[in-house]
Design a protein around this ligand. Structure first.
Ligand code: FNR
Length: 335
């Protein structure tokens, strides 16, 4: 990423502690091999799926990531144009450097990610603002009661956005000042459910690894679960997402969609996650690298190549539809 400031590159690439979980998210896929079916006369595979009533062209969505204007001057607007160009969903981060209304102006399908703030009125205002801009789901990130210890950022002294950039969606509606994002260790299920009262949008919880938490989310009427360890940026040593997935899928029993992010880089990773029980996946860093390398076109290239790879791997596995990606297509091998 020649154009990226090395400090910003570290911010995007890095994770917590020794980055064991960053690494594990990718390497955990190495142990899972595909057992393809042959001669099933499937023709060209159909990778579409329906999620919350919307037909999407494929099972890969954009995970929420902060500060896109550090990667490219066009920032989140470029990413959203690429989402629009390819038809996928972009999940806009609460820490976006562009106002949600401007991102929505691209016509992309958007979800909005938030951390519930101790100021409940402000959280409700934020959810309402995103809904008014046209987002079609809320993603509540629950793996961040405190900040993970990101040692690259500490070493680099990267603490805040450079002047001229701000978390535009945190502007106070009264004062116009940008608020700080507050991570709240006293957050509980009731705080997530409070969003129910202020929006009719589907609510997904992001950052679930334990099957008991997934069961709780379903029991409390939430609409989806995202299996994630925040790309290894929060709890270093947390289990790789793909390893947490089977127990979560078993606990959820198909009652709500189960999405996964962390380490998804190739069509084989996408197919493996779906065969292990995911409904769809999201990608974080690959989108940032595409953005840094080529703005809107760079992100669109990342999304298109991964989409084509998914279709190719489905064909090579003898799967005509995503529903045919089942656990019998996987074998776990020793590393
Ligand atoms: C993130 N992630 C994240 N998650 C979230 O809920 N809100 C956020 O603001 C951010 N910001 C953020 C910034 C950067 C630079 C990264 C790399 C990640 C986590 C993200 O949504 C996702 O869980 C991981 O990025 C998925 O892992 P991969 O695809 O990056 O391996």
């Amino acid at each position: 990423m020649a154009g990226l400031d090395p400090v910003h590159r570290d911010f995007f690439a890095g994770g917590a502690g020794d980055e064991r979980t960053v690494h594990a998210n990718e390497t955990a896929f190495d142990r899972l091999r595909l057992l393809p079916r042959v001669l099933r006369a499937t023709g060209v595979p159909d990778p579409r799926l329906t999620l919350f009533g919307t037909v999407l062209p494929g099972p890969v969505l954009i995970a929420p990531t902060a500060f896109h204007r550090l990667a490219h001057p066009d920032g989140e607007t470029a990413t959203a144009h690429a989402a629009r160009d390819t038809g996928t969903v972009m999940t806009v981060s609460m820490a976006a450097t562009t106002p949600i209304e401007k991102i929505a102006g691209t016509g992309a399908r958007l979800w909005f990610q938030l951390y519930p703030q101790p100021d409940r009125d402000f959280t409700a205002h934020l959810a309402g603002r995103a809904a008014a801009a046209g987002v079609t789901a809320l993603v509540v990130t629950v793996d961040s009661p405190v900040f993970g210890r990101r040692e690259r950022d500490l070493r680099n002294g990267f603490l805040d956005l450079p002047s001229g950039l701000a978390c535009e969606n945190l502007r106070d509606p009264v004062t116009g000042r940008v608020r700080d994002i507050v991570l709240d260790p006293s957050l509980g299920w009731d705080d997530v459910l409070r969003l129910r009262a202020v929006t009719r949008l589907p609510i997904l919880v992001k950052g679930v690894l334990h099957p008991a938490d997934a069961a709780e989310a379903v029991a409390r009427g939430l609409d989806g679960v995202i299996v994630s360890n925040h790309g290894g940026r929060q709890l270093d040593g947390a289990v790789a997402s793909i390893d947490a997935l089977p127990a979560v899928a078993e606990a959820v029993r198909g009652r709500v969609p189960v999405l996964l992010d962390g380490g998804v880089r190739r069509g084989t990773d996408v197919v493996t996650a779906l065969a292990r029980g995911a409904t769809a996946v999201l990608i974080g860093r690959p989108v940032i690298w595409g953005l840094a390398a080529g703005g809107r076109d760079g992100v669109a290239t990342v999304l298109r190549r991964l989409h084509e790879d998914v279709v190719r791997v489905m064909a090579l596995c003898g799967a005509a539809t995503l529903a045919e990606l089942t656990p019998d297509l996987l074998r776990e091998v020793r590393p």
